[in-house]
Design a protein around this ligand. Structure first.
Ligand code: ZN
Ligand code: ZN
Length: 417
């Protein structure tokens, strides 16, 4: 595929540098002399350059970037021997884990073509993903245990932009997607850093309410949904900025509109339907319907991508159980924009969601001091995967269930009650 224009010209460089500044100062809260590891699609080079500049201006020790590229990924699927699909660069992830142990922070730029692998052999895709997940574990654990400050942000890749805005020409689509990213990231406010301070305070208010209530379960009802999600023993709600174990308060996701906690891996009952398509590593999975018994998915259907969904569920035992439940009002700026981003970082912030797989140990009271066995005993799930999918809409109601059985309205028609 040829690009007949320079993508950089479609993106406002002043706003792009503001996005980089927000990523470094709010997202990472990068510390003086702290090293930084960046992973990014090669198309995101202009953003990587601004982030690197902002990081050094903030006093970064050493910034190291690893790039990925769509064409080289596809070359593997077209030409690599079959055995290649069970391989992954474990040495790289071990090196990253070592850097995090040494105090480095982590920044990931998402923005790959969501349909990149859609026409590839699903068996090869799932084997490659599995090999990569296993190899990635030493590095991912530092992130999911929140050992270090980390942050993920996005760059508008042309293929992604065309999917989000199919009626626009490529250049206009990239410009529109860039604007949607800037707006969702509060870059279009007069003082984005101050706007994030205010928004973080609002999210804290919601999570404090839920932590005060200590619900034993949440009950979701809506079209195709009647789901009771038991919450883990000693669960804790989080939202917005939070403190990593290295003592740095960062905003891992920008944008973020969610408050979230850990469900009980054995106490989820009923059925639930997705309300938005899920873009999973290059494949679209749509109209998901699953049924839970004693926390485990016993039946799973999808109108599109059902094969991929079932392969995901077979990754390991924990892949059929929940690791996260998150509440997002339907009126969140991302939902109000009406844009479907086909990207979890954005779409999960338009809607209440649940995640299959690994839980976050920080979503427990005193989570930093719990061992993996204690987390498991309290109902925390473990898995190689963590995949969010959207179950909220303006037709979904949520009640909190107290231990004594009383019901408290939490959300009505998608809004905080
Ligand atoms: Zn979430
Ligand atoms: Zn999640």
């Amino acid at each position: 595929m040829t690009q007949n224009f320079d993508i950089n010209s479609a993106i406002d460089p002043v706003k792009l540098e503001k996005l980089a500044e927000v990523a470094v100062k709010v997202g990472l809260q990068l510390q003086k002399n702290q090293d930084l590891i960046i992973t990014a699609p090669i198309a995101a080079l202009p953003l990587v350059r601004f982030i690197t500049k902002q990081a050094y201006m903030a006093g970064a020790g050493l910034v190291t970037t690893f790039y990925s590229d769509e064409e080289t990924t596809l070359a593997r699927y077209a030409h690599a021997p079959d055995a290649s699909f069970d391989k992954a660069s474990g040495w790289l992830y071990e090196g990253m884990a070592k850097a995090y142990d040494g105090g480095a922070a982590r920044l990931a730029i998402s923005g790959d073509n969501p349909m990149m692998l859609a026409s590839q052999d699903p068996d090869k895709v799932s084997r490659a993903n599995k090999a990569n997940s296993i190899a990635y574990k030493p590095a991912l654990e530092k992130i999911s245990n929140f050992d270090i400050n980390w942050h993920i942000c996005s760059y508008p890749n042309p293929a992604w932009a065309r999917q989000v805005f199919p009626d626009l020409a490529e250049e206009a689509a990239v410009r529109a997607l860039a604007e949607a990213i800037f707006s969702a990231s509060r870059i279009n406010t007069p003082d984005p850093i101050a706007a994030w301070g205010e928004h973080n305070a609002n999210l804290k208010k919601r999570s404090s309410f839920l932590n005060g209530e200590r619900f034993s379960a949440l009950h979701f009802t809506g079209p195709g949904t009647d789901l009771t999600v038991g919450l883990a023993d000693g669960h804790e709600w989080h939202g917005g900025a939070s403190k990593a174990k290295n003592g740095v308060t960062c905003n891992p996701n920008i944008p973020t509109e969610e408050v979230f906690t850990t469900p009980h891996a054995l106490k989820v009952e009923g059925h639930v339907s997705s309300t938005k398509p899920l873009s999973h590593q290059g494949t679209l999975i749509d109209n998901i319907q699953v049924r839970f018994e004693a926390g485990r998915i016993v039946e799973a259907k999808a109108s599109k991508g059902e094969d991929v969904l079932n392969k995901v569920l077979d990754t390991d035992e924990g892949a059929r159980r929940l690791g996260e439940v998150a509440l997002v009002p339907h009126s969140s700026p991302i939902s109000a924009s009406g844009v479907l981003f086909y990207n979890t970082l954005f779409d999960e912030n338009a809607s209440c969601h649940i995640a299959l797989g690994q839980c976050y140990s920080k979503c427990f009271l005193d989570g930093a001091s719990l061992t993996p066995d204690q987390i498991k005993a309290q109902g925390g799930n473990s898995s190689l995967i963590h995949i969010d999918w959207m179950i909220g809409s303006d037709k979904v109601d949520i009640d909190g269930l107290r231990a004594d059985g009383t019901k408290v309205p939490v959300m009505r028609k998608g809004e905080w009650a």
